[in-house]
Design a protein around this ligand. Structure first.
Ligand SMILES: *Cc1c(COP(=O)(O)O)cnc(C)c1O
Length: 406
């Protein structure tokens, strides 16, 4: 089979819809278009049944009960609803939240807004592999702490946090635990009971479902979690999220969750093998390649590499046939290099020269081999033109060089 270019290897940003997901959704655009809240006719009942089926499919993926699943417009909404909803509902109990510096912006920004509005937020640091320290977490609790929000797996470097241990500490302290599980859901096993999770955010488009739909798990007993709603108007979703349900998208999320759950045991092995093939293929042919994130406690399909003596922007331009993300400034809206890599202790150079490979369900070994070959070619080409690499190779310590001012 001929290789189709460009190769899509940015599955931590978004993933294509699985054709099986699209098939499940299609009837709900045209024949089965009912409003799930219409109680008076078959169109409504049919839509409601589809939504309840999806609720079961999503619940089963994370070991929850269907009644604990709230459908949203995506994980940004789920995170906002969880964090601000708890902050507002438990304001009399306390005003302190614990989170971490490598969270997605959809957790960081709601926490920063709460900070501006008078809440106290502790921003836990991470170690060089991207994990929080459990003793630092323990030490961060005060008698005002009402919520801990720590992501299950990081979207840039793939590091998986010790979620069960964090959940156990939160239980011991009697504090609610929210996790942004967007990257972890459907990729690694999650169980809200075993892991002591009280709130959990997921997004359909990161697991081969459609964009614009997600869910929030909200624990119903031991303890029963209450949330102040952000959206009022009709009392849908147990009053926590009003608005006509996006039936087609919800059906897609449900189908995506079921496929991911059933295929996880075999798919995670396949992805991990491809990731290692990519890592070994590149680092056996190039020197000064470093893995960002944890070597073992990481998402099966995520590989984040930094390439010494090359500029991220130049490298991205050199690999135009591969769709990946870079930790350097020029590919994102902000001017700063990746705050996640900097939090892991990477200097600007290492952050700037990083590339995230997000390997997914539709990638093949053939594509991995193409990517290896193309990256090696591009890095060698850039280094051939780099006086720094040449000087380094000649044994000159670049840190001692006196550069002429210009
Ligand atoms: C993509 C992502 C989000 C945002 O999800 P949307 O559904 O696109 O709003 C939140 N957290 C993490 C970790 C993500 O990767």
């Amino acid at each position: 089979m001929a290789l189709r270019l460009p190769v899509y290897m940015d599955n931590n940003s978004t993933s294509p819809c699985d054709p099986r997901v699209v098939d499940a959704m299609l009837p709900y655009f045209t024949e089965k278009f009912g409003n799930a809240a219409s109680r008076n006719h078959a169109f409504g009942w049919q839509a409601e049944e589809a939504v309840e089926n999806a609720r079961e499919q999503v619940a089963e993926l994370i070991g929850a009960s269907p009644k604990e699943i709230i459908f949203t417009s995506g994980a940004t909404e789920s995170n906002n609803l969880a964090i601000k909803g708890v902050a507002s509902m438990y304001r009399k109990k306390g005003n302190h939240i614990i989170t971490c510096v490598t969270e997605h912006k959809a957790v960081i920004d709601p926490c920063m807004r709460l900070e501006r509005d008078g809440w106290k937020v502790t921003w836990l640091p991470v170690d060089p592999l991207g994990r929080i320290d459990l003793q630092q977490l323990r030490d961060a609790f005060t008698d005002q702490t009402i919520l801990v929000s720590i992501m299950a797996a990081n979207n840039e470097v793939g590091t998986v946090q010790p979620i069960a241990e964090i959940g156990a500490i939160c239980k011991e302290k009697g504090v609610l635990f929210h996790t942004d599980a967007v990257q972890a859901a459907g990729k690694i096993p999650l169980d809200v009971q075993k892991m002591g999770i009280d709130l959990l955010s997921i997004s359909a488009h990161k697991m081969y479902g459609p964009k614009g739909v997600g869910a929030l798990y909200v624990r119903r007993k031991d303890p029963r979690v209450r949330l102040d709603a952000a959206m009022d108007g009709g009392g849908h979703e147990r009053g926590m999220r009003s608005g006509t349900l996006a039936v087609t998208g919800i059906v897609g999320l449900g189908a995506a969750a079921e496929i991911a759950r059933k295929e996880m045991p075999t798919e995670s092995v396949r992805l991990k093998a491809m990731r290692e093939r990519l890592r070994v293929g590149i680092s056996s042919q190039l020197d000064y390649v470093e893995v960002n994130g944890h070597p073992t406690e990481r998402l099966p399909g995520n590989l984040n590499l930094s390439f010494g003596f090359v500029e991220g922007e130049g490298l991205m331009m050199g690999i135009k046939d591969i769709a990946v993300s870079s930790g350097s400034a020029c590919t994102s809206a902000s001017l700063e290099p990746s705050y996640v890599l900097k939090a892991l202790g990477a200097d600007d150079e290492r952050a700037h020269s990083s590339i995230r490979f997000g390997i997914g369900r539709f990638n093949t070994d053939e594509e991995i081999d193409f990517v290896i070959q193309d990256v090696v070619r591009a890095v060698n080409h850039l280094r051939d033109m780099s006086p720094l690499y040449e000087m380094h190779k000649a044994g000159i310590d670049l840190k001692t060089v006196q550069w002429a001012a210009h």
